[in-house]
Design a protein around this ligand. Structure first.
Ligand code: AKG
Length: 254
């Protein structure tokens, strides 16, 4: 499904812009549903919510009960969206089936299906990080993220910024996620970074080891996005908590 040029870019740069995937009707439905979940007009107790920090500082984020708290559009993150039928249908889009078949294989599960929000005139700085490592408690690192802009994403509203090719550095810290200030100074030079400015409905394929970050939203409109980590359905939780990851393509691997 990826062209030869896209495949080469995936291997070299660790990201590929896939263009418009969600059509206007699907996009409008996803936008409406995510707002309804935040405002509590489409309640779903199986979904996990995190409010944005008041200060915009990553360190001030609260990892509370995960329950919906108040009707506001100021949620930062909403997870387990595969439990919402509209989002599940989008996760299972035929294009994502084809891409994950090519990059992962026949049987595919998801580690997370996550809404990431930079609410209007706010948002929290997300520092440079990689999406893998021991804190994910998996027997292998996932490497395929599919990120969809639900609004136009711009530098002004906190679009994602990446360091192309940084996936080839491997995992920079054993636990994963954020990196040291020294690593950031060494590997994350502004002039080597790319801002992923995208139109609503456009999609980018991201390698989980590509260093990426995002800023705050200085505009009056939200910057909403939907990010899904796909992985081999044979991937196992090793935390001892008995987590089973939902299979979205093919069959469970026993
Ligand atoms: O949407 C963002 O601002 C960050 C997204 C991200 O870190 C991810 O999708 O892994």
């Amino acid at each position: 499904m990826l062209t030869t040029a896209q495949r080469e870019q995936w291997e070299r740069d660790g990201y590929v812009m896939l263009g418009q995937v969600a059509d206007d009707a699907q996009l409008a439905a996803l936008q409406e549903r995510i707002d309804a979940l935040m405002l509590g007009t489409a309640p779903n107790e199986q979904i996990w919510f995190q409010l944005d920090s008041e200060s915009g500082e990553y360190g001030d984020l609260k990892f509370g009960s995960g329950r919906w708290e108040v009707p506001t559009l100021n949620y930062r993150k909403i997870e387990k969206l595969e439990r919402d039928p509209l989002f599940l249908a989008y996760i299972q889009h035929p294009l994502f089936r084809a891409i994950t078949r090519e990059l992962i294989g026949e049987n595919v599960s998801i580690y997370r299906a996550m809404f990431m929000n930079k609410p209007a005139r706010r948002g929290t700085h997300l520092p440079y990080h990689q999406d893998a490592g021991s804190q994910w408690s998996l027997d292998r690192d996932p490497y395929v993220t599919i990120w969809t802009a639900l609004d136009d994403a711009t530098i002004a509203n906190g679009c994602v910024q990446i360091i192309p090719g940084s996936h080839r550095l491997g995992l920079l810290s054993e636990r994963g996620h954020t990196i040291t200030p020294e690593q950031e100074a060494r590997y994350c030079r502004e002039e080597e970074s790319v801002y992923l400015e995208m139109k609503a409905g456009e999609v980018v394929l991201l390698h989980n080891l590509v260093l990426h970050r995002s800023g705050i939203n200085t505009t009056d409109q939200p910057r909403r996005a939907f990010s899904v980590v796909y992985m081999d359905a044979a991937t196992r939780d090793i935390s001892g908590r008995g987590i089973f990851y939902p299979v979205v393509f093919g069959k469970p691997v026993l």
